[in-house]
Design a protein around this ligand. Structure first.
Ligand code: AMP
Length: 301
């Protein structure tokens, strides 16, 4: 069926309590597209500077990820620096340099326009809206965001939410968006803004999804003991979720939606086992299936 993903393509400097990496490849679009490409044909929309070499794009091309929607501009690529707390779950942003991202004007290639699955990864909400409006009636749209946009562009974000099928947020973002301490109440409130489904990501504690009527499903994360770098876990979760949905192409089948969530958890569990994409890019379907089985074993009774 195919997936289109719009998001950031970045260099990240990451500090954990135990180690540090400088200017490694990152960005929501990078993590999400590698994850989605494990399941289905994936095309990306993003912007890079002249410091983003062909070698950096090689990882994507090796996975047959379509980069026709990537624009190269003069200047530096988007740069983000973050520092994780001891819990390896919460983090502080130290630096955000928009660089070529500042004037990003996404252009959707003709060959993408009819692709039915769209993931609006974390970027400025008006740009998410522009991409959404450039597509020809996508069948299923997933949307992510971050605390920054909830802070400064909440109205634009609400407009995006009103036009998508599913929103994926972490616990903090749900509380920030709604002011509700209870996550279920918060997710319901977000559902009222438009999306039929709301995914609640809870880091190492797994993810839940709330849907129409009484639909609710929760699955644990795969228990990783050696978390190295959580960056991109949310993006790879979402990429795997929409990639699985696209591969199955049955949007209202709740069994498929449940499985998509568990595949998201399984893929994200690999991302956190290394810095940047170093673990994610080595993942095979056989390894993913192994983790799916492990998640099943720890949660069935
Ligand atoms: P995650 O850990 O899944 O929330 O995603 C982390 C990725 O988000 C990093 O690779 C960053 O480059 C990227 N990122 C951080 N801030 C922004 C932003 N303001 N807009 C877009 N992407 C961002």
């Amino acid at each position: 069926m195919g997936v289109v993903i719009v998001g950031s393509m970045a260099f990240d400097t990451i500090h954990t309590p135990f180690d540090k990496r400088e200017r490694v490849i990152g960005g929501s679009c990078i993590y999400a597209s590698i994850a989605a490409s494990l399941f289905d044909r994936t095309g990306i929309v993003g912007v890079i500077g002249d410091d983003f070499t062909e070698d950096h794009l090689k990882t994507l091309k090796e996975r047959s990820i379509d980069t026709d929607g990537v624009i190269r501009e003069k200047g530096k690529s988007f740069f983000w620096e973050g520092k994780y707390h001891l819990d390896m779950n919460t983090r502080d942003t130290i630096t955000t340099e928009l660089n070529v991202f500042e004037n990003f004007d996404p252009v959707i290639p003709e060959s993408y326009k009819k692709i039915p699955y769209l993931f609006l990864a974390n970027i400025d909400p008006p740009l998410q809206l522009k991409v959404l409006e450039s597509m020809e009636k996508p069948g299923f749209v997933l949307c992510d965001t971050m605390n920054l946009w909830i802070d400064i562009k909440k109205d634009e974000l609400k407009k995006v939410f009103s036009k998508v099928d599913c929103v994926v947020l972490n616990d903090e973002e749900i509380r920030q968006f709604t002011g509700k301490p209870n996550l279920l109440q918060g997710a319901r409130e977000i559902q009222k803004t438009g999306p039929a489904y709301v995914i609640i990501k809870k880091g190492e504690h797994g993810a839940s999804i709330l849907g129409p009527g009484s639909f609710y499903f929760s699955a644990p994360s795969y228990p990783v003991e050696g978390v190295i770098d959580p960056t991109g876990a949310g993006d790879s979760f979402a990429g795997a979720f929409i990639g699985y949905m696209a591969a199955k192409n049955k949007n209202s089948d709740t069994d498929i939606i449940k499985k998509a969530l568990v595949y998201g958890n399984a893929v994200a569990s690999f991302t956190v086992e290394g810095f940047s994409i170093e673990r994610l890019e080595q993942v095979s379907m056989r390894k993913i299936e192994g983790r799916i089985e492990a998640i099943r074993k720890i949660s069935e009774f």
